[in-house]
Design a protein around this ligand. Structure first.
Ligand code: HSE
Length: 336
């Protein structure tokens, strides 16, 4: 059904996996997957630290179709700003990358219900890409392991940000708090999450384009800043291991992106201060913004901090939504 048996060995293996899945009934025709938002950078880990949150989330419904190609339809938050051309769409590109690696020519219809608004700094493209690769892999009978899906999710993410970075897609795909120790070779590490660590993400009512926000960044940083930032990232990692919230807070400092990106967010320093005054461990820009995030040591404080930040944004003329949440520890959920 997929390709002729006289194809080279590697392709025949793929063909066999695919047909095995199909014949044994492990391959279903339709699936619904929910993948959540994520907070990248976490102040001290530009492009190399991120965690998943429980809400908001994208829900993808994926169907096998009888002819090749990936068809995308969209609904939900700011869906009209997203392309449906598969190779330029984060979910579409991630699926094409996965199919290409398996040399499978199966076609899919993909409906993306956006819960994570694009341009929010909450890993919107990563949520779609993570749900896409998990869903398609499941429909194919799981030929790839979860960690093998990452490069395909990253290919999708790169369409949105213009560069490969994994600090949204890795948390969206694996859940938890993720450190990308190295990009070449790729080395992804799951960090421990203290039980009572909670997050609040607050999204003001405007968008920031990730590509633009990356162009603003300095191409070089002074050695002194690099040294200080390395100390903060190491301190944050140790803080997670020891569940030392003071150490986490002291380490949540960003000398690379925050100084330039703060200017994109009206009232940034005031809203941040409101979070700190209400008891946040630390607060910063979520990914490339405009969402802010705060880490807190209880669910109750995370809710209070969310309310304080929304009120503070309001005083600065901006409506916003708070998403208090535990750290999302699980991979994308298959809803059926
Ligand atoms: N690390 C990326 C950046 C995240 O800050 O550009 C984008 O959401």
């Amino acid at each position: 059904k997929v390709m002729a048996p006289e194809q080279p060995l590697q392709q025949q293996v793929c063909y066999t996996i695919y047909n095995y899945a199909w014949k044994t009934g492990r391959m279903t025709k339709k699936i619904k997957v929910r993948a959540t938002a994520s907070v990248a950078n976490v102040s001290c880990g530009f492009d190399c630290l991120g965690y998943a949150i429980g809400d908001p989330a994208d829900i993808l419904t994926i169907n096998l179709k009888d002819y090749p190609g990936v068809n995308i339809t969209l609904s939900g938050s700011k869906a009209d700003t997203i392309t449906t051309v598969a190779k330029y769409n984060t979910a579409g590109k991630a699926i094409l990358s996965l199919l290409n690696s398996l040399e499978i020519n199966q076609g899919f219809n993909v409906h993306i219900e956006k819960g994570v608004p694009p341009g929010s700094g909450l890993g919107s493209s990563a949520a779609s890409a993570a749900a896409a690769v998990v869903g398609v892999n499941e429909l194919l009978g799981n030929p790839l392991k979860l960690d093998e899906l990452l490069v395909h999710g990253m290919a999708g993410e790169a369409v949105a940000s213009g560069e490969f970075h994994a600090d949204n897609i890795a948390p969206a795909l694996f859940g938890g708090m993720i450190l990308i120790r190295s990009y070449d070779p790729l080395d992804i590490l799951q960090l421990p999450v203290p039980e009572n660590l909670f997050s609040t993400a607050v999204l003001p009512d405007f968008s920031v384009n990730t590509k633009d926000a990356r162009r603003m960044l300095p191409k070089r940083v002074p050695l002194k800043s690099a040294v200080e930032q390395a100390g903060h990232l190491a301190g944050f990692t140790l803080g997670l291991y020891k569940a030392d919230f003071d150490l986490l807070g002291r380490s949540m400092v960003d000398l690379f992106a925050e100084p330039v990106r703060a200017e994109l967010i009206p009232g940034y320093h005031i809203v941040r201060q409101a979070a700190m005054d209400t008891g946040a461990i630390g607060c910063g820009i979520s990914g490339s913004g405009p969402a802010l995030f705060a880490l807190c040591d209880s669910e109750k404080i995370s809710r209070k901090v969310g309310i304080a930040m929304v009120e503070s944004f309001k005083k600065n003329g901006l409506n916003s939504i708070a998403y208090p949440s535990p750290i999302q520890r699980k991979p994308p959920e298959i809803l059926g």
